[in-house]
Design a protein around this ligand. Structure first.
Ligand SMILES: [Zn+2]
Length: 147
């Protein structure tokens, strides 16, 4: 995401913006967004450490594990979990630089369409975060279509 933000010169991609690799190659272009356009490119994928920090006891599903598991099923692995594109996640940045976790402003049925600019493996995780309001405290399934 840090390379994409530098390329786009904004925190939130808009239709027409292209996400880039750490070698500045185009990965995905936003071709449609029927939501209010509030997404996040700053917040790390949730992980077991984050849930423990928030008070969870024992296992809690998390996006870091979802990524590792998804890659494993196709014989791949990642040495690190990259900063994700958090579609529909509402993390406003205040004028003083402070961040907040707010409920999403998108509604069921709204979508983002992305065009692949290279052959790629893409992993989607329906974030199970239920301890801060980014999923309105009730995570749901996410649906995707590859055309
Ligand atoms: Zn998550």
């Amino acid at each position: 995401m840090e390379h994409s933000r530098a390329s786009m010169l904004r925190l939130i991609p808009r239709v027409g913006d292209t996400l880039t690799t750490n070698r500045r190659r185009a990965i995905l272009t936003f071709v449609a967004d029927t939501s209010p356009g509030i997404h996040d490119t700053l917040i790390a994928a949730c992980d077991i450490h984050r849930y423990r920090q928030l008070g969870a006891v024992g296992h809690h599903d998390n996006c870091t594990h979802n990524l590792a598991h998804a890659l494993e099923t196709v014989g791949l692995s990642a040495t690190v979990t990259p900063t994700p594109l958090n579609l529909f996640m509402n993390v406003p940045v205040a004028d003083n630089g402070e961040l907040d976790f707010k409920p999403p402003v998108s509604e069921a049925g709204q979508y983002v369409a992305l065009r692949a600019e290279m052959d790629l493996v893409i992993v989607f995780s329906a974030c199970p975060q239920d301890m801060v309001p980014v999923n309105d405290m009730r995570p749901t399934d996410a649906h995707f279509l590859i055309a």
